[in-house]
Design a binder for this molecule. Structure first.
Ligand SMILES: O=c1ccn([C@@H]2O[C@H](COP(=O)(O)O)[C@@H](O)[C@H]2O)c(=O)[nH]1
Length: 287
């Protein structure tokens, strides 16, 4: 079984380092001429799959916008994930789960288990019950050739109040984000020894300015895929990625939802917009 990190590296090399989001906001459904109901949701998601599959490295459905329609919306999410699988395009389900270890095992089975209808290639997880509480998801992902992206430095302005907080530890001061980086680095050691990108990624927003250097974090040493939301609607540009990530830039997977989706509902226009953003990020990384 090929590990997630290796599959992601190949997809990024082939298509460029962009993850296109599927975020069916009520306003976007309206802008696409669709009703804000389950039928509108299903049409929106299927047009996104048609446009993005085989075009970008990864697609990231935002679970919240499917869950808001209850079980019928979750059924659309299951179909969206199945369609992406069928098309051979990687899916990162943005679901930000985190709980005590025993419950985390349930979430792991729900999103990373081979027989689950909601399985994705990777999921986002929240480490704020302690990095170790994520172990069931980390273990099942590794076993199944899947991945996880742990929230480290999120793109929203409120995130810093928690993630930059630090305490005195054995080796000096350690920030909350620093403890996440340490955990992820340790989990990717074996992959690094084999010369491949790890399967335990981090979410580090493209909007966070100088936080990585301010907190003294070494993201490159983590050997982790770095999912970078915030490009487009939240104000970050492809050029901002260089200042935020520095030496870790080759591991960055830029993520954009509303900016790309605003090119819809025409599938060709949507595909073209995703291609343009992916090419822009690839050119910036190569320059
Ligand atoms: O730190 C984070 C983590 C996740 N997100 C998610 O990414 C998309 C961003 O959408 P845009 O329309 O490109 O702003 C959305 O699903 C967020 O929940 C994030 O923005 N920041």
């Amino acid at each position: 079984m090929t590990p997630f990190g290796a599959r992601l590296s190949e997809a990024m090399d082939t298509h460029g380092p962009l993850c296109a989001g599927i975020d069916p906001h009520a306003g976007l459904l309206q802008a696409w001429g669709l009703a804000d109901d389950v039928d509108g949701l299903a049409t929106f998601a299927s047009r996104c799959v048609e446009a993005f599959a085989g075009t970008v490295a990864c697609v990231k459905p935002q679970s919240a916008f499917f869950e808001r329609f209850g079980s019928a919306g979750v059924a659309v999410l299951e179909k969206t994930l199945a369609d992406l699988r069928e098309a051979g395009t990687l899916a990162i389900l943005d679901v930000k789960r985190g709980d005590i270890g025993s419950t985390m095992g349930g979430y792991a089975q729900a999103y990373l288990g081979e027989s689950s209808p909601l399985r994705a290639d990777a999921i986002t997880v929240s480490p704020y019950l302690g990095y170790g509480s994520l172990r069931p998801a980390l273990d099942l992902a590794a076993e199944q050739g899947r991945g996880v992206f742990v929230l480290a430095l999120t793109s929203n302005p409120e995130g810093a109040s928690v993630q930059h907080a630090s305490r005195a530890g054995e080796g000096g001061k350690e920030s909350v984000a620093g403890s996440v980086v340490a955990g992820v680095t340790a989990d990717n050691v074996a992959a690094a020894a084999e010369g491949r990108l790890g399967s335990v990624g981090m979410v580090v927003g493209a909007t966070i300015g100088s936080a990585v250097s301010d907190l003294g974090l070494d993201l490159a040493a983590a050997n982790a895929p770095l999912l970078a939301p915030g490009v487009g609607a939240q104000g970050a540009t492809a050029e901002d990625l260089r200042a935020v990530f520095g030496a870790a830039l080759p591991a960055v997977l830029a993520s954009s939802s509303r900016d790309v989706l605003s090119a819809g509902p025409d599938v060709a226009a949507l595909r073209e917009r995703a291609r343009t953003v992916a090419d822009g990020v690839r050119a910036m990384v190569a320059s």
